[in-house]
Design a protein around this ligand. Structure first.
Ligand code: PBG
Length: 326
């Protein structure tokens, strides 16, 4: 295997041979598309910091769902913008809440679309924190009960899968137990297992208005500096019977995705978060980057690192490009 006998360029000569030896393939089946649902009627709000992404009221969601169907995107993950907030996020469990109603509306339009819901309280608490706050701190164990009740109410409304993103200790086991007790043992849990306290969530927090009113999320989300701890978090969720393990964000954490893929056999998902999307959109709008190529290269890198599934705001644009390439 030495020059001049070995020449690596032989297998790069043209697209035919390049595509024959390509190691990583993106497919539309890898994508989960995030959707923002807002209470009210006749609303289609453009999210300034996330070009091309909108908040929809339920009466305006039809075209979006049909487009997703047309593009063969298999799954969506729902986020709610709730009008009613209180200090324990009661609205999260309301059977008439935005997510619960949203699931039903979406299933009516497209029964085969796989609907995943985000389980967290920050979209429903007036202080914007992910749990019950006692004396300025999040009470982990008191929050668990609210989280499994939220998960149950989503599943009762027809969700196919729940995805806890709160980072409370023990929440996967608590949700699994509650689902099993209520005859939902067939519903999988995708756990945001290693979720880092990241500044890349900035645009999302604008989109769902869930910025904490005081403090930050560093008492429960992980320190970006910690890799071994990420593995511990993942193994705990595997033990608690999570079905899919998610790493979030994706791009600054490709080493974590790679490590997790090597060490567990469950499917691994990566969340290509809002800030990662906005950076590329902004540079493309300025004409500084080729949008389509950078997007596909980014998604490939996440897949190559080891993700089986990618939650991404690029899903629709990427699906269009993949369809063209077929
Ligand atoms: C919490 C949640 C967040 C995101 C998904 N679920 C925000 C946070 O933890 O602060 C971020 C997603 C993104 O940035 O695209 N419910």
């Amino acid at each position: 295997m030495k020059f001049p006998y070995y020449r690596a360029r032989r297998l790069r000569k043209n697209e035919v041979i390049r595509s024959m030896v390509r190691e990583t393939h993106l497919s539309v089946n890898d994508f989960i598309y995030p959707l923002f649902l807002i209470e009210g009627t006749n609303i289609k709000n453009h999210i300034e910091s996330m070009p091309g992404v909108f908040q929809y009221s339920l009466d305006k969601i039809k075209d979006e769902i049909e487009e997703i169907k047309e593009l063969s995107i298999p799954a969506v993950i729902l986020f709610g913008i709730s009008a009613k907030k209180d200090n324990v996020g009661s609205e999260a469990c309301n059977p008439e809440g935005i997510i619960q109603k949203g699931i039903q509306v979406i299933k009516n339009i497209h029964p085969d679309l796989y609907v995943i819901t985000d389980i967290c309280l920050c979209e429903y608490t007036d202080h914007g924190h992910c749990g019950v706050v006692e004396k300025g701190e999040i009470d982990n164990d008191a929050t668990l009960e609210l989280l499994y009740k939220e998960a149950l109410s989503h599943v009762k409304a027809g969700a196919d899968m729940v995805a806890p993103s709160d980072m409370m200790d023990g929440r996967v086991a608590a949700i699994r137990k509650a689902l099993d007790e209520e005859n939902f043992s067939h519903i999988p849990i995708m756990s945001y297992a290693a979720k880092f306290a990241s500044a890349f969530y900035g645009p999302f927090r604008e989109a769902v208005k869930c910025t904490p009113q005081f403090g930050d999320r560093r008492s429960h989300q992980m320190d970006p500096a910690n890799k071994r701890e990420a593995m511990r978090e993942v193994l705990l969720d595997v033990e608690e019977n999570a079905d899919i393990i998610m790493i979030k964000p994706a791009l600054a954490y490709l080493d974590i995705i790679h490590m997790v893929r090597e060490q567990i056999s469950l499917p691994v998902a990566a969340y290509n978060v809002s800030g990662e999307f906005s950076m590329i959109k902004a540079a493309a709008e300025k004409g500084w980057l080729d949008y389509e190529r950078v997007m596909i290269e980014t998604l490939i890198s996440i897949k190559r690192a080891g993700a089986d599934l990618i939650l991404t705001y690029f899903a629709k644009d990427a699906a269009r490009i993949l369809a063209k390439m077929e």
